[in-house]
Design a protein around this ligand. Structure first.
Ligand SMILES: [Zn+2]
Length: 301
């Protein structure tokens, strides 16, 4: 059997799956956000041990473990480089630490790559050889499948569409640059842009509700966000020519007329007509279990 672990900012989630990836059980625990890697590794180990026990109860044994981590990862060395949200994870040799404890082959990657593999194997991307996965939540992450394989790049940073610059005079991003897609079109950015436009504090959900009610200021904010998203996607399309773009995260759950439909109309203005003519833009299919099923897919790949 396989265990997938999603190391998120607020939760640690583990899933037990059969060898061909069928979901068997999920276990979720709150992270000790201030406890850093030490507390994190303990919690991951507890989850693995509990799922191992469950596998044993069903007459199986766990042969592989995949870990999706919420921050940059040195894939070759199996090292978590840092967590942007929680302190104390710098240069943690997570793969070796877990491998020593459990004696099972372990793969670790960032959660965006794991999410891409998950959607490709189990979700909206099944059977598609060239796709782009974009997760739009608090931040923007992504991954690329090209010619039927995940593209990692030299530093495992391929697919980082959130830090493609779409407006050189745009707001400062978490990475320190101006005008990154993440700073212009993430869930947090949508809340910030709308708060500025409306003159009061609103979050993404409220903006969606206002736009649905026909509020012209909210709609104008979303138009600007979609323009930036389409710009970022257009750059990515020019590089990888995907057949499918999968949009995940909170934004993909919103009513289609708010984001996906206008995005489909806007994208052709930012890329070659021949590429746009054949591209599909679809919502992700794995929802709350996207992270863990991505980790399962990582263990299988
Ligand atoms: Zn950035």
């Amino acid at each position: 059997m396989i265990i997938g672990i999603d190391v998120g900012n607020t939760n640690m989630t583990g899933a037990l799956a059969s060898d061909d990836g069928k979901h068997v059980a999920t276990l979720r625990r709150k992270s000790d956000r201030a406890g850093g890697a030490k507390a994190g590794v303990e919690l991951i180990s507890e989850i693995i041990a509990a799922l191992q026990k469950q596998a044993g109860g069903e007459g199986g044994s766990v042969r592989r473990i995949g870990v999706g981590f919420g921050g940059p990862v040195d894939f070759e060395r199996g090292v978590a480089l840092l967590s942007h949200q929680n302190p104390g994870w710098e240069n943690t040799p997570l793969r070796d630490q877990l491998q020593q404890r459990f004696g099972i082959p372990i793969a670790i990657d960032n959660d965006a790559n794991a999410g891409t593999l998950g959607e490709w194997r189990f979700g909206a991307g099944r059977g598609v050889n060239d796709l782009l996965y974009v997760n739009i939540g608090t931040g923007i992450g992504g991954g690329v499948i090209a010619n039927g394989a995940l593209v990692r790049g030299a530093q495992n940073l391929a697919g980082e569409i959130g830090h493609i610059i779409v407006r050189r005079d745009g707001p400062v991003c978490t990475c320190g640059k101006h005008g990154c897609l993440e700073g212009c079109a993430s869930g947090s950015a949508i809340g910030r842009r709308a708060s500025e436009a409306l003159g009061r504090k609103v979050d993404g959900k409220e903006v969606d509700a206002l736009a649905l009610q026909g509020d012209t200021t909210a709609r104008r904010v979303l138009d600007g966000v979609i323009e930036d998203l389409a710009h970022g996607l257009g750059i990515a399309i020019g590089l990888v020519n995907p057949a499918l773009i999968i949009i995940g995260g909170g934004l993909s759950q919103a009513p289609e007329q708010l984001y996906l439909a206008p995005l489909r109309r806007a994208v052709p203005r930012f890329c070659l007509a021949e590429a746009a003519a054949h591209i599909r833009i679809e919502p992700a299919q794995l929802r709350y279990d996207a992270g863990v099923m991505g980790a399962v897919a990582l263990a299988m790949s």
